[in-house]
Design a protein around this ligand. Structure first.
Ligand code: CAA
Length: 693
């Protein structure tokens, strides 16, 4: 027996225990071990029931992603699964933790299933650009019906043990110890002489064309641009068109094709990159994170409130400090309203809401932050104001208390100076809405103590965020790259592109929205303020493209006033704004600009290559330690489509020589100020390399 699957016997009951840390993926050794276990079980007439169980924190969490794209060693998963399904005596899957992908398929191929109450089940394949390839799309509908299957295989959403039981995907929820409960179940089956039972022998549920049509429509919207969800949906249909065995073969072939495709390659890259960014390469090995038992948030505007919510929702006490009683009451009212509506929608219990609210201490006094371990500052985005707050925090808090600013672009070094405790100062840049958005851009300044870096990276994980570390620069990773896209967007409009056409091209590329719809959503006043703060270093052409200032002067701030680049109805549905056309035409006339047609390809290249070029600068300056940091930050902060792998991975797939050649053309047309290629891009392109080794 191999080291990853041990086979033991106790009377008529055998147990195959999978032990392949960290997540019991079906690596070659596990697949071989499963095949061997079934053979041993079959060969021993004394044995009546086989239990399949896993050691460690979870049942099999899927295929081994690290083996993808490499030659198959030993039996493949479908062979191992066919052995389990075809066993002549009953096999019970005893599952716990996260039963995902190939792991879920293994469980479904067993004849009976018992789960620990905290188990979660899902098919995350679509998130890796794949579809279930080992029977998931065929066994699930036979056990749970169409609606549950469509939801599970096309969205990657997970369900809990209770839902799995209700929908027929498992037979029992264990009370007490899972191993003991599985043994009792096996003893029962053996005593009753119950035989094996295969999901493949069940009929497909009645076909429902409307359900499939609805799913196609909703996936085209919710999983826009992604190929895998629609493929997964079509794979379910194989069950109607072919006998079970043939449907399995075709499903496997579809999965293999998807693995070889560009989206899966990109999404697997993202999976690995998201884990890589948690590791900070230059932190001393012996550094330990500081303990964070309680947190303070100072400044309770939209960002501060969201941060308070994220912290309390993670079960961590938080002191919320506002300007005065009125501000604090307003902020708490807004928090209670948002959580209240979550309760109303049935997504949170009243008890949970009460628990979270009880974790928040209201205050108007900085002195109340004397006992917390971390303070996150979220006051007005103005350097002088923030410097004053950091000076106060330096005095009001204990040495060793981490002082973090949520600024999105200001110089953290200046705040470090103001605090008098530079080693404790860093940035923690949340994205709006801070309680929802997954990205946390942590910022390390020159003098930040390594232990502070380790602490804020850990803390991000504790509150459910994906932390990426950035160095200090204007806008850090995401906003610095975004500012280049925005600038290019204004230039495109000056040259004749309609904002709605630009937005459509950008959404077509896979972003959730284009730059102009985003400007309206964020508030044109916010954008105007950012432009103003950078005006001293802006070029005449950037200053001339003053559309945002023109709209703000008219009181049109975007969605919140019902008018900006677009007009909005009371449900914030956007429509064409004739005033925008008039503004662009008048602007062209005033400055003697000639307008031209700009194609979709040029639009995308101008907007996205501008970001890629800036990314290369960020990388060579060491603001980001690795290309992964940039790709992960842009996907999770700006909605750069994950299925491209992020801007730098995407550029690598195109070929940096081609990207550079286009940038050189744009440089010819628009000048050095905007399109000087980053030296790193030139160097890598000339060497025939990518950003990734
Ligand atoms: N294969 C290989 N390694 C995996 C893995 C997998 N399927 N899933 C997780 N790991 C590794 C991670 O890379 C990570 O390694 P490092 O510590 O070296 O970074 C380690 O396991 C722990 O993972 P997490 O940090 O993600 O731990 P977590 O506790 O936060 O989450 C999890 C655990 C929920 C299982 C999560 O890892 C996860 O969602 N994994 C992916 C599951 C998945 O997508 N399965 C489907 C694979 S495709 C498939 O199964 C279809 C098929 O048959 C062809």
């Amino acid at each position: 027996m191999n080291a990853m699957v041990t086979f033991t016997k106790q009377g008529p009951i055998a147990e195959a225990l999978v032990d392949n840390p960290p997540v019991n993926a079906t690596s070659a050794g596990v697949r071989q071990g499963l095949v061997d276990a079934v053979r041993q079980f079959e060969a021993d007439p004394e044995l009546k029931v086989l239990i399949l169980r896993c050691a460690g924190r979870t049942f099999i969490a899927g295929a081994d992603i690290k083996e993808f794209g490499k030659p198959m060693v030993g039996p493949n998963l479908t062979e191992a699964i066919a052995m389990l399904d075809g066993a002549s005596k009953p096999v019970i899957a005893a599952v716990h933790g996260t039963v995902l992908g190939g792991g879920f398929e293994v469980a479904l191929a067993c004849h009976y299933r018992i789960a620990d109450p905290a188990t979660r089940f899902g098919f995350p394949e679509v998130k890796l650009g794949l579809l279930p390839g080992a029977g998931g799309t065929q066994r699930t509908p036979r056990l749970a019906g169409l609606a549950t299957t469509i939801e599970l295989v096309t969205t990657g959403k997970q369900i809990n043990a209770k839902k799995a039981l209700e929908s027929g995907l498992i037979d029992r929820i264990a009370e007490g110890d899972l191993a003991a409960a599985a043994h009792a179940y096996a003893t029962e089956l053996a005593a009753a002489g119950t035989g094996p039972r295969s999901a493949g022998d069940l009929p497909m549920p009645e076909d429902d064309a409307a359900l499939f049509a609805d799913a196609r429509k909703s996936l085209a919207r919710s999983m826009r641009g992604q190929t895998a969800p629609l493929l997964a949906l079509e794979a379910i249909r194989l069950g109607y068109d072919y006998p079970f065995a043939e449907a399995l073969e075709r499903e496997y072939a579809m999965c293999k094709e998807a693995i070889a495709g560009p989206q899966s390659k990109a999404l697997r890259h993202v999976f690995a990159a998201e884990r890589e960014v948690a590791r900070i390469p230059d932190l001393p090995a012996d550094v330990t994170a500081r303990e964070v038992k309680s947190v303070g948030v100072i400044g309770l505007g939209v960002m501060g409130r969201g941060i308070v919510m994220a912290i309390a929702a993670a079960g961590i006490p938080v002191v919320a400090v506002g300007l005065d009683d009125e501000h604090v009451a307003k902020a708490m009212g807004a928090i209670e309203k948002m959580w209240g509506s979550t309760v109303k929608k049935g997504r949170m219990s009243q008890e949970q809401l009460d628990r979270q609210l009880a974790l928040i201490t209201r205050s108007t006094n900085v002195a109340d932050l004397g006992s917390v371990d971390l303070v996150i500052e979220a006051v007005t985005e103005d350097l002088a104001t923030k410097e004053k707050v950091f000076a106060e925090l330096g005095k009001a808090t204990r040495p060793g208390t981490i002082l973090a600013s949520n600024t999105s672009f200001l110089n953290i070094e200046k705040l470090a100076d103001a605090s008098g405790r530079a080693e404790d100062v860093c940035g923690m840049h949340f994205f709006n809405p801070a309680n929802v958005m997954r990205l946390l851009e942590n910022v390390r300044a020159e003098r930040t103590d390594p232990a502070v870096v380790a602490t804020i990276m850990d803390f991000g994980k504790r509150i459910g965020k994906l932390s990426v570390l950035s160095g200090v620069c204007d806008g850090f990773i995401v906003n610095r790259m975004l500012s280049k896209r925005s600038r290019e967007g204004f230039f495109l409009v000056e040259e004749g592109a309609a904002p709605s056409v630009v937005d459509k091209a950008v959404s077509g590329f896979g972003f959730p929205m284009g730059p102009f719809a985003l400007g309206d959503l964020a508030g044109l006043d916010v954008q105007a303020a950012a432009r103003k703060s950078r005006a001293a270093s802006a070029s005449p052409r950037e200053l001339r493209a003053d559309f945002v200032e023109q709209m703000v002067a008219q009181g049109n701030l975007g969605q919140k006033t019902g008018s900006g680049w677009y007009t909005y109805d009371e449900n914030r549905k956007a429509s064409h704004n004739p005033a925008t056309d008039a503004m662009i035409a008048a602007h062209a006339e005033k400055h003697g600009l000639s307008l031209r047609e700009i194609g979709e390809q040029e639009t995308i290249e101008r907007l996205v290559y501008a970001m890629v070029n800036e990314g290369a600068k960020i990388l060579s300056e060491g603001v980001a330690a690795r290309p992964q940091d940039i790709d992960v930050a842009m996907i999770n902060g700006l909605g750069f489509p994950a299925y491209t792998g992020g801007p730098l991975f995407w550029a690598d797939q195109i070929g940096l020589d081609k990207v550079l050649a286009r940038i050189e053309e744009f440089r010819e047309q628009h000048g050095d100020a905007y399109w000087t290629p980053a030296p790193l891009l030139v160097e890598r392109a000339k060497a025939g390399q990518g950003f990734y080794a």
